[in-house]
Design a binder for this molecule. Structure first.
Ligand code: NI
Ligand code: MN
Length: 227
């Protein structure tokens, strides 16, 4: 399958199904892809923050794809005219051959800029089983010990985890996450989009590869890898 990094926490996964995660393109200073070019069967949204919810509604409508998230965010999208499927933390569902399970994430999920923010439920991460591969996208989160459980119960081929600090794990905590998740491959995310989350992903790569058996792929926004 092909994995394209859309920048920030956004990914397009193209296998037997097309899945987009956290498609923040409009207003993303690092994005190379345009929302009108993204067609996906499933649109996975980890939480309501604008840098993740992003272009979800326009992509869902032009694709006629299904938004998958926690119940509250799914209802919000349904009310805006998108197809949506609500789930919750710990639950899984098979969407035409793609199994998706929601995982916990320690973060917030307020939508929009006007106070009080509209709260779209709890944030989440995703475990996907697609074409025989297991992929984990943690969403925005701090380090938490149940990553050990996620790593023990799943043979993770690819993990996308944040390293940017301030809003999420920093590279040191992300290294601890890798030790618990034990993925074959790690793609760092949620860094260098804005000055506040500047990090050196190549330093993270060398730390992970010298302290664990996991490999790290640093991908520039708009670039892809075959996986
Ligand atoms: Ni966030
Ligand atoms: Mn974020």
């Amino acid at each position: 399958m092909k994995i394209t990094f859309l920048g920030h926490a956004g990914f397009l996964i193209e296998g037997s199904k097309k899945i987009v995660i956290d498609p923040f393109l409009t207003g993303n200073p690092t994005a190379k892809n345009k929302p009108e070019d993204i067609i996906a069967d499933l649109i996975l949204v980890s939480h309501g923050h604008g840098d993740h919810f992003g272009d979800t509604l326009s992509i869902a409508k032009q694709s006629r794809g299904t938004v998958v998230s926690v119940h509250e965010l799914a209802v919000f999208c349904s009310n805006k005219g998108a197809n949506a499927h609500g789930m919750h933390i710990g639950g899984s569902h098979v969407f035409d051959g793609v199994k998706i399970k929601l995982t916990p994430a320690w973060h917030g999920s307020g939508y929009g800029e006007e106070c009080p923010l509209e709260y779209l439920g709890t944030p989440c991460g995703f475990l996907l089983n697609l074409d025989g591969k297991t992929i984990y996208h943690s969403g925005d989160t701090g380090l938490f010990g149940d990553m050990e459980l996620i790593g023990r119960l799943n043979s993770i081929d690819l993990a996308m985890i944040p390293i940017g600090d301030n809003y999420t794990m920093d590279p040191g905590d992300a290294l601890e996450a890798v030790k618990m998740l034990k993925p074959g491959l790690v793609i760092p995310m949620h860094y260098n989009t804005f000055p506040l989350i500047e990090q050196d992903p190549l330093k993270f790569k060398s730390e992970v590869e010298s302290n664990t058996t996991s490999k790290v792929a640093v991908i520039a926004p708009g670039d892809s890898l075959e996986f």
